[in-house]
Write a protein of this length. Structure first.
Length: 330
């Protein structure tokens, strides 16, 4: 049987999932408050779009085919719903038209624990009809009209810069582990003016100081999605994914207990040594106009990847949809 990560992060996800089962009516704008995205939004043709009517999947080694993941309760998505998916939104906000092919049956031997390839999984299979995605990429599948209602915003934080930052963090982390000393975060504390202002707002909102602000996605000069790890307050640990906008902050909080984490072998996941893994979080895409955006996020663990779609609402990044992509070879 495949393992799943039992962590505080996942518990927080389940909490937000339960909280969001009943979608509230859109909140009208008041003063400077931006409007939230409606659970059903119209596109330019007037067709209603359900923001939760999405699926998740991953591409094969060629980046030309895409296998849809089952729902979190391991139930397969219906064929009619699978056939309705017309676009795949993949890493770096790349969008591809897709066409349904068939229901794919796994070819790995019964009982085998695989590494998250097409051979290991059953699922609805689609093909990319124009362009080519990255191999083994995680994508969000959406029906026709969805991207008209919620167009993709380009990430103004270059991938080369993000990759270089992640690589340098890994190098310094390995050296610190080798020399058995604390990780020096000094090289990563040089922030833009926008980020410094964001950190000040975030610290005031949360009532605790930030240990590191790790930017993931930037839209122009006024919006950014980042991961923030806060300094411990006694037994309380906290990491947050935050959407920073000019007039509001929206958080997905991931709290943990240091004492309980040490007893359980991990604070956020079973093997993390109570180290918050902000480096492995990604924002493949942000969709929608300012004030009514959706945040597509992935959180990597040792055995797989948690996939989430968020909607900013009442100071939170409220969950719209989620899934889990198992990928361990252990």
């Amino acid at each position: 049987m495949r393992k799943t990560l039992v962590t505080v992060v996942w518990a927080a996800v389940l909490y937000f999932s339960a909280a969001c089962q009943q979608q509230p009516a859109p909140i009208p704008p008041t003063g400077q408050n931006a409007p939230t995205a409606s659970p059903r939004s119209g596109n330019s043709s007037g067709t209603a779009i359900d923001i939760g009517e999405v699926a998740f999947g991953y591409t094969d080694s060629t980046g030309s085919k895409l296998l849809m993941l089952p729902q979190m309760n391991n139930l397969q998505i219906s064929e009619s719903r699978a056939k309705a998916m017309a676009w795949a939104v993949c890493s770096e906000g790349r969008e591809f038209p897709i066409r349904y092919v068939e229901f794919h049956k796994r070819t790995a031997p019964a009982g085998a624990v695989g590494g998250g390839t097409f051979a290991d999984d059953d699922g609805h299979l689609s093909e990319i009809v124009q362009g080519q995605a990255a191999p083994a990429d995680t994508c969000m599948l959406v029906p026709a009209g969805y991207l008209q209602a919620f167009p993709i915003s380009r990430n103004d934080l270059p991938k080369a810069d993000r990759d270089a930052r992640r690589s340098e963090h890994g190098r310094i982390e390995r050296e610190a582990r080798k020399q058995k000393r604390p990780l020096d975060l000094t090289p990563f504390q040089s922030l833009t003016e926008f980020a410094r202002e964001a950190v000040s707002r975030i610290e005031k909102e949360k009532g605790r100081t930030a240990k590191i602000y790790w930017p993931l996605h930037r839209i122009g000069a006024s919006q950014e999605v980042a991961v923030v790890e806060f300094n411990a307050m006694g037994d309380s640990l906290l990491g947050s994914l935050v959407l920073v906008e000019p007039t509001r902050l929206s958080f997905f909080d991931m709290p943990a207990s240091l004492k309980k984490g040490r007893e359980d072998g991990g604070c956020w996941r079973v093997d993390d040594d109570c180290q918050f893994n902000y480096v492995e979080m990604e924002i493949p895409a942000i969709l929608g106009a300012p004030g009514r955006q959706l945040v597509f996020a992935t959180l990597q663990g040792s055995e797989g990847q948690l996939i989430l779609l968020f909607q900013p609402r009442d100071g939170k990044l409220a969950e719209v949809a989620r899934n889990y992509r198992y990928s361990s070879t252990r």
